[in-house]
Design a protein around this ligand. Structure first.
Ligand SMILES: [Zn+2]
Length: 56
């Protein structure tokens, strides 16, 4: 999978479950861009934090 920021192919994708939602975390080791997405598309870090807070 290529990075949408630098087009590098060094993206690590980690699937995790936060607050009952399947979240995909992608990190590019080249430009160090972090991206989060759920099944409906890309989401911001604040939304991820919101899910984590709601799961408590
Ligand atoms: Zn990149």
């Amino acid at each position: 999978m290529a990075c949408t920021g630098c087009a590098g192919a060094t993206v690590v994708a980690i699937r995790m479950r936060i607050g009952g939602e399947e979240i995909m975390f992608r990190r590019c080791s080249k430009c160090e861009v972090n991206r989060w997405s759920d099944e409906s598309g890309e989401i911001g870090l604040d939304e991820v934090l919101e899910l984590a807070r709601a799961s408590r």
